[in-house]
Write a protein that binds this ligand. Structure first.
Ligand code: NAP
Length: 283
């Protein structure tokens, strides 16, 4: 008697389908496979043949040219296309979503749960996720927000997928997702701006460019690790390196006198407002 060979291309309740196989999908897939999810359980739709081949070769995942072919039968869909492609992609999957009731996890910046419901069909359990670029290194930060159709198991599944690329936080009020975008989504660029300014200042002091870059890189890395690993607040860590009358105090007083805190608050508010404006453009 012969035992039937399981058909790896056949849908299975443990499957996760990615629609869009770009940079962000790659980092999530890498994290999931590295974390022990069998590659055969991952189905990726990607129109670009070169990217499809690379995904299959690098991770052993199943690849498809067509979104519906990848999504068909998978209980979780990760929608990982650019925001401007999301409406068309969702509309193309709406009939399947109505028939199969998957959990849809969108990682597109600024696309709201209401927009996803409109395009995929009301009643689809949907999670809106806002990751950031360090996810590409497994050091990402993702804000997650679920609609009312997502149950506890759905939340756990969505969280596990994004946790493959870093840390996650649930945001209960979707109105705050623009604030998440303004803090952690755009935040890496704020750190890069600080790094640029510090490098410029180091060079202006006469340090060679290469040395200036190394000093800044390693200082920001060390400070970020202390923030993440010491269990102390930023204020406590700052006080610990600030001796009264010392060099750090001289610099910090200059930052405070220049209104750094007010400037940071204004910058975050500007990013938050822009996030709302960009969401409205996709309607
Ligand atoms: N990268 C980040 O740091 C970051 C941070 C936060 C959020 N996000 C969000 O993550 C999403 C993906 O970003 P990304 O950087 O990974 O972009 P990306 O590299 O451009 O990936 C998107 C992929 O989707 C493919 N695609 C387009 N239409 C498709 C369709 N109909 N069916 C299947 N696949 C399709 C694209 O193929 P083609 O190139 O051939 O069109 C591309 O390979 C975006 O919505 C973005 O807002 C990204």
């Amino acid at each position: 008697m012969s035992v039937p060979t399981p058909d790896a291309r056949r849908p299975n309740p443990d499957h996760v389908a990615f629609v869009g196989g770009g940079n962000m999908a790659r980092s999530l897939i890498g994290g999931l496979v590295g974390g022990g999810l069998p590659a055969a359980a991952i189905r990726v739709a990607e129109p670009d043949e070169g990217k499809r081949r690379a995904l299959a070769a690098d991770f052993g995942v199943q690849v498809f040219a067509d979104a519906a072919a990848a999504a068909d039968g998978a209980p979780v869909w990760v929608l990982a296309v650019k925001p401007q492609a999301m409406r068309e992609v969702c509309s193309g999957l709406a009939a399947l979503a109505r028939a199969q009731r998957p959990l849809a996890v969108s990682i597109a910046a600024g696309i709201t749960l209401a927009q996803l419901a409109r395009w995929l069909g009301d009643g689809t359990a949907t999670v809106r996720a806002m990751p950031n670029t360090p996810a590409l290194l497994g050091a990402g930060m993702t804000g997650l927000c679920a609609n009312a159709q997502v149950d506890a198991e759905g939340r756990a599944r969505a969280e596990a997928i994004l946790a493959a690329a870093g840390r996650t936080a649930w945001i209960e009020d979707e109105a705050l997702m623009d604030a998440v975008t303004a803090v952690s989504g755009s935040g890496p660029a704020y750190a890069f701006l600080l790094a640029e300014a510090l490098e410029d200042a180091a060079r202006a002091q006469g340090l060679p460019a290469e040395t200036a870059r190394l000093l800044v890189q390693q200082t920001l890395l060390g400070a970020a690790r202390m923030l993440a690993e010491s269990g102390e607040s930023p204020a406590t860590l700052r006080q610990q390196v600030t001796s009264p009358g010392g060099t750090t105090q001289a610099a910090l007083e200059t930052f405070e006198a220049g209104g750094l805190r007010r400037l940071v608050a204004a910058a975050v508010a500007a990013a938050q407002r822009r996030g709302g404006e960009l969401s409205a453009l996709h309607d």
